[in-house]
Design a protein around this ligand. Sequence first.
Ligand code: PAP
Length: 332
Amino acid sequence: MEPKTSQLPHKPVEDETLLYNQEFLEFLSGLPKERVIEKFESYQYQGFWYNPPLLHGIFNMQKHFQPCENDIFLVTAPKSGTTWLKALIYALMNREAHPPQSPHHPLLNKTPHQLVPFLEFINPSEYGSVCNSPDRTTRILATHCPLVSLPKSITDDHSPSSCKIVYLCRDVKDNFVSLFHFAQKNQWHISLEESFELYCKGFSGAGPVWDQISGYWKESLDRPHKVLFMRYEEMQNEPQFQLKRLAHFLGKPISEEDEKSGVVDQIINLCSFDTQSRLKVNNTGDLVCGLSNSSFFRKGVVGDWKNCLTIDMASKLDQITEEKFHAFGLSI
Ligand code: PAP
């Protein structure tokens, strides 16, 4: 049976045998497995934990995906600001064809997830038809895939050398809180305490989140032309500077003319939480995968963990972060 592209990144599946082909089921059967919540199994692959839909996408990607010259890969751990970065990169790369102040801008009528798809949720037969730049020279694709599992054709320097990776991370305390609220909204029926234990053990969708972050961090130091490492908090604190940094890395720097026209502020405003979360398109309907569009917009702030975590929980996350990142000179 042909696999469906519409399975959820984070949602339990009733009967996996109905969804996947024999090859993938055999692959799954050889992996370490844990039942994390009722009806929700996680599989460990190349050091990271996945639910079957996400792993299926990665399995397909590793077998079939071929990057093109100029592809942009936007990588995040779930709930690190993916939706925001999708909007920003889309608006930035398409600013000539779609001026950010236009009342007909695609980001006013389509969700960031419609405009920039997740690579692991595209059917392999449709990889070639992704087109999200009017001149068809650039594809923007998102993924939650850890560096170690990205197809070599993307990461190799011998591959189309101009394809780029933008990695966005977020303070893990806010990341966890965002994931927990997302789970509540999508009715996973899981308590804060239970969620927290799972998160710390690495069950967070391509987790442990720390290992994903440090993998891309190291790569951004070793190969700065290939990987740009960004932080959600820096995007919030200095959006103009970070957007220019992004534009420069993606080979579409902000020109003097752009500066004069105010395009940087226009993109920031168009993609801001305030603008995006009020749009009808982001408040109604579901993604093809069944998750509600509105569940990707909650508060969009830094430090909301203070309203949700106990002191012990926050300390535990800080402690793991310190232990995992110390050797890399990385802090978030
Ligand atoms: P995904 O990885 O599953 O696609 P992602 O977009 O990373 O989800 O996570 C949603 C978070 O980004 C939410 O954070 P919160 O729960 O802490 O509020 C959401 O509010 C936030 N978010 C979505 N859009 C924006 C935006 N335009 N600006 C800032 N934050 C945003």
